[in-house]
Design a protein around this ligand. Structure first.
Ligand code: GDP
Length: 316
């Protein structure tokens, strides 16, 4: 068994996690993103963590990539009838999870422990960790002012141009002991093909996390979330461009300079390989678009094979 620790956001991250979880010779630990979290109707919602829970337990809505399959909206209809804002879609089955999490948070349980318990109850074999038990929230500055992440992402459908990002609470957040150990004890570290600015950055910038990676003996591999200068889903490309980054695999590589040693980019991006090498990172060409379960497992296998080769070379 090889211990793999994956840093991952929501949809792209969960696809990579599913692939790694399918490998029988991998013991998978995921460090997820809590900076998309917010409160709705008095309940604490963790969208990226829930995408991971729903994906790995096989209850995800495959067409959307988030939310539960076979979902209803009767609870939301009642809230709407009562005049509550319902732009954040929360399904009936989904509500059950939010009630459970919120009730335990109110009782004073650590968010990490609550997440681990849910994962276990959902029959998930991988370990799902939080980078911190503290409250960290991404804020998005647009021409209309600062928005919460979900206001930008869901209510405004990512339409406004992103002028700035801030992560409230991050500078004072405490890295969980579990996340630190998962990094220092990993044999392979992987940065998922997630949004580098709003999914990976809030994990990476948790104080102490980069230091743990620097201390770790594991090789650090990344997978580009951008293919031929485009996202598979979401606002990462436009967000990178409006914040002054190149909106392609090279732009993502630039953000991971000094951290990621091996970067998987799509075959279509072969022309970027030499510039990625110049950043001090080894590019690897592959088909990194994950359409189905087979693609996910194939990419995960490829990633682990590359990492094992690096480990072997290092030992020799
Ligand atoms: P979010 O928090 O739900 O937005 O999810 P993530 O940050 O984990 O993932 C969003 C990123 O995943 C986007 O930039 C997508 O381009 C990327 N993504 C989604 N599916 C794939 C895929 O099949 N392959 C790759 N390489 N990236 C993907």
């Amino acid at each position: 068994m090889t211990r793999v620790t994956l840093l991952a956001g929501g949809v792209g991250g969960a696809k990579m996690a599913e692939g790694l979880a399918a490998l029988e010779d991998v013991e998978l630990t995921i460090i997820g993103n809590v900076a998309d979290d917010d409160e709705f109707h008095g309940l604490w919602i963790s969208p990226d963590i829930d995408t991971m829970l729903y994906t790995l337990s096989g209850r995800i809505n495959r067409d959307q990539g988030w939310g539960v399959a076979d979902e209803g909206r009767r609870a939301l209809d009642t809230l709407e009838e009562l005049g509550a804002p319902v732009w954040m879609f929360l399904g009936d089955r989904d509500f059950g999870l939010h009630i459970y999490r919120s009730q335990r948070r109110h009782a004073g349980d650590r968010p990490s422990v609550i997440t681990a318990d849910i994962a276990e109850r959902f029959g998930i074999k991988a370990r799902l960790l939080l980078p911190t038990d503290d409250k960290v929230q991404t804020r998005v500055r647009t021409a209309a002012g600062w928005l919460s992440f979900q206001e930008y992402f869901v209510r405004e459908r990512c339409a406004p141009e992103v002028l700035d990002l801030a992560y409230t609470g991050l500078a004072d957040a405490q890295l969980t002991a579990e996340a630190r150990a998962a990094i220092t004890e990993a044999e392979i570290l992987v940065i998922a093909p997630s949004n580098p600015l709003v999914s990976i950055a809030p994990i990476l910038e948790t104080p102490g996390l980069r230091a743990a990676i620097a201390e770790a003996r594991a090789p650090v591999l990344g997978v580009s979330p951008l293919i031929a200068g485009q996202v598979v889903k979401g606002p990462a490309d436009r967000m990178m461009a409006s914040l002054g980054h190149r909106a392609d695999a090279l732009g993502v590589a630039d953000l991971y300079q000094g951290l990621v040693q091996h970067f998987l980019i799509d075959n279509q991006d072969a022309a970027l390989a030499s510039e990625i090498s110049a950043l001090g990172m080894t590019p690897h060409l592959a088909d990194i678009f994950m359409r189905d379960a087979e693609d996910k497992a194939r990419l995960a296998r490829h990633l682990v094979d590359i990492a094992r080769e690096i480990i072997r070379e290092h030992a020799a």
